[in-house]
Write a protein that binds this ligand. Structure first.
Ligand SMILES: Cc1cc2nc3c(=O)[nH]c(=O)nc-3n(C[C@H](O)[C@H](O)[C@H](O)COP(=O)(O)OP(=O)(O)OC[C@H]3O[C@@H](n4cnc5c(N)ncnc54)[C@H](O)[C@@H]3O)c2cc1C
Length: 382
C-alpha cells in the first residue's frame, strides 16, 4: 500500500469553471489533471453559443461586485497569457420599469460599491438607443464596465494555458464515479482509478448524477439562444449597441442580447419567459430548438427591438443548472470530504469563471479562500 497519488488535484469537467480551475492550479505549480468527457469548447453543456454577458453593477446582489471585479482582472490576465481576444468591453444597458430587478438591482450595487453609471429616462432611451421599442414606463441603467465574453474560446484558452503550465488533460474521458476521502479521494474513469489529494468537481448539469447527495440542490433546465437578422446591421455594431438585459416589473419576461459580431445578426436569449421552463437530462442531450421556441422569440423581439426580423435565422439549445435561490454552490460539503464543488451557476456564472477558478484553487490548496463566498455555501439549504 503506497500513499502516492496520481495528481495533487484532479478537476472533473472542463467547461467554463473546470477549465479555469485547472489553469489557476497549474499556474500555482500544483500538479493537476483535468478530465473532460467531451472535447473542451464543446456544445453539449452550458458554455457554448459564441457570447456571454459580463456586467459589473450586479443586479443579482451587491455581494457579487468584488468577485466580478476580480474576474475582469483575471480575464485580462488570461488574454495576455493566451494571446487570444476573449472579451470586448461594449458597455451594458439594463432596461425596465424603475422597480424592476434590472434597474433597482444594478443601482443598489453601484451605490454600495461606488460604481459609475447613467440613469436614462424613456426619452433618453429613445434618443440614445433608437434600436429599442420604448414605452413611457421604462428606464435605462447604463454602465461602461460591461461587455461580451467568447465562451468556447475562453474554455480552450484556459485549458491550453493550464497545459502550458504543466497540467495534464484527459479529454473524451467520462468519470464514472468519485469516491470522497479526506486525504485521498478517488476518481473512477473507464476501467481504472485515479487518486489525488483533492478533487474539484465542476460537472455542470451532470453534477447531481456524479454526486447523488447534491441532487436536491440543483434542477437542470433547457434554454435557447437565437440569432436575428438586423435590417441595418451597422446600428447594432458594438460601438452603438451595448449588451442589454430587459425585464418587466414582475420578472416574468427577461430577455438579453448582444451587439452584432458577424455584421448581420443580433443574438438574443430568454432568461425568464412564460413556457420556457423545461427540465432537461444532460445525459440525454439538449432537445433541439423548434417552432415553439421561434414563436416565443418572435413575441420577445416584437416587444423589444425595432428593425430586427422577429424570427431567428438560427437557434441553439443550452442548459441552466439552477439552485433554489439562484446563487452558486462553491466549496466543500461535509458528506463529501476531499472534494470542492463548483456548481449551480443558475444561468449567470460565466462572467465569474476566472475568479471561480481562483476560489477552487484556494479551496483545493488551502482549504479556504479569502474571497467573499459565504453566500455560496453548499450547506445553506440544509
Ligand atoms: C443560454 C445561456 C445563456 C447564458 N448567458 C450567460 C451570460 O450572458 N453571462 C453569464 O455570466 N453566464 C451566462 N450563462 C451561464 C453560464 O454559461 C454557465 O453558468 C456556465 O457556462 C456554467 O459552466 P460550468 O462549467 O458549470 O458547466 P459546463 O460548461 O456545462 O461544464 C461542465 C463540464 O463537465 C463535463 N462533465 C460532466 N460530467 C462529466 C463526467 N462524468 N466526466 C467528465 N466530464 C464531465 C461536461 O462535459 C462539461 O464540459 C448562460 C447559460 C446559458 C445556458
Amino acid at each position: 500500500m503506497t500513499n502516492s497519488v496520481d495528481a495533487d488535484v484532479i478537476v472533473v469537467g472542463l467547461g467554463a469553471m473546470g477549465s479555469q480551475a485547472l489553469w489557476q492550479l497549474a499556474r500555482r505549480g500544483v500538479g493537476a489533471i483535468g478530465i473532460e468527457q467531451f472535447t473542451p469548447g464543446h456544445d453539449r453543456g452550458a458554455s457554448h453559443g459564441e457570447s456571454r454577458i459580463i456586467r459589473t453593477a450586479y443586479a443579482e446582489g451587491t455581494a457579487y461586485v468584488p468577485l466580478v471585479k476580480r474576474a475582469w482582472k483575471l480575464w485580462q490576465e488570461l488574454e495576455q497569457t493566451s494571446g487570444r481576444s476573449l472579451l470586448d468591453r461594449t458597455g451594458g444597458l439594463m432596461i425596465g420599469p424603475a422597480d424592476s430587478s434590472v434597474i433597482a438591482g444594478p443601482l443598489a450595487s453601484a451605490k454600495a460599491h461606488d460604481l459609475k453609471y447613467d440613469l436614462l429616462s424613456a426619452d433618453d432611451l429613445r434618443r440614445d438607443f433608437p434600436q429599442y421599442l420604448v414605452t413611457d414606463d421604462l428606464r435605462g441603467f447604463y454602465e461602461e464596465e460591461a461587455g461580451v465574453l467568447r465562451p468556447e474560446l475562453a474554455v480552450t484558452a484556459a485549458v491550453d494555458a493550464a497545459v502550458a503550465s504543466g497540467a495534464e488533460v484527459f479529454d473524451g474521458t467520462a468519470v464514472r464515479e468519485i469516491v470522497p476521502d479526506p486525504s485521498r479521494p478517488r476518481v473512477v474513469v473507464d476501467d481504472h482509478e485515479l487518486t489525488a489529494r483533492h478533487v474539484v468537481v465542476a460537472a455542470g448539469g451532470w453534477l447531481r448524477q456524479l454526486l447523488p447527495s447534491t441532487a436536491g440542490l440543483i434542477t437542470v433546465e433547457r434554454r435557447v439562444m437565437g440569432w436575428f437578422r438586423a435590417q441595418d446591421p451597422a446600428a447594432f455594431a458594438p460601438a452603438r449597441f451595448p449588451v442589454f438585459v430587459r425585464c418587466d416589473s414582475s420578472g416574468d419576461h427577461n430577455c438579453y442580447g448582444f451587439p452584432s459580431t458577424d455584421g448581420a445578426t443580433v443574438k438574443v436569449g430568454l432568461h425568464t419567459w412564460p413556457g420556457i421552463y423545461e427540465p432537461t437530462d444532460p445525459a440525454a442531450g439538449h432537445r433541439p430548438p423548434d417552432q415553439q421556441d421561434a414563436e416565443r422569440f418572435a413575441d420577445a423581439i416584437r416587444g423589444t427591438l425595432l428593425d430586427v426580423d422577429p424570427y431567428p435565422v438560427r437557434m441553439t439549445s443550452c442548459m441552466y443548472s439552477l439552485t433554489p435561490d439562484h446563487h452558486f454552490l462553491l466549496g466543500p460539503r461535509r458528506e463529501l470530504p476531499g472534494l470542492t464543488l463548483l456548481g449551480g451557476f443558475s444561468g449567470h456564472g460565466f462572467k465569474f469563471a476566472t475568479v471561480i477558478g481562483e476560489i477552487a484553487a484556494d479551496f483545493a490548496c488551502d482549504g479556504s479562500t479569502r474571497l467573499p463566498v459565504a453566500q455560496f455555501d453548499p450547506h445553506r439549504f440544509a
